[in-house]
Design a binder for this molecule. Structure first.
Ligand code: HEC
Length: 112
């Protein structure tokens, strides 16, 4: 699921850089939906049942984790409306897409 988001994110970056915003936007919406599905994949008290790299803090700070996920989802939708007029495509993608990955991983995912 997250791996899919990663490959989709890279395609969003590629299409946006080429100015192919229609294709990029479709993928942004896909990612936004994907985040919402992910919200349901970390239900209460299942931390011991899965082989996961998610840290226990995901369950201990569920509200905050969900808020980050929801923000990541909302930001992808915002991205669809700002990307075309953005002067700095890379910077805009960073702000609305990549920074959310990092914000969550730094707190809720095990180091590799
Ligand atoms: C709100 C939290 C959150 C956001 C936002 C988030 N991730 Fe993750 N990500 C996680 C957690 C938690 C894991 C560990 C999940 C597991 O192993 O079950 C993870 C794991 C991953 C993995 C490893 C998947 C695997 O199969 O081992 C990749 C790749 C990844 N994320 C990419 C991304 C990318 C790219 C973005 C942004 C476009 C992103 N993530 C946004 C929380 C998040």
């Amino acid at each position: 699921m997250f791996s899919k988001n990663y490959s989709t994110a890279k395609r969003v970056q590629a299409f946006s850089s080429k100015g192919d915003f229609e294709k990029a936007k479709k993928l942004m919406i896909e990612m936004s939906e994907n985040y919402k599905v992910l919200l349901d994949l970390f239900p209460e008290n299942t931390e011991d049942e899965f082989d996961t790299e998610a840290l226990p803090t995901v369950w201990e700070e569920k509200d905050e984790f969900n808020a980050l996920m929801t923000k990541a989802s909302d930001d992808m939708i915002k991205l669809t409306s700002v990307i075309e007029d953005a002067e700095d495509i890379r910077g805009t993608l960073k702000q609305f897409m990549w920074s959310n990955c990092k914000a969550c991983h730094s707190r809720y995912r095990e180091e590799h």
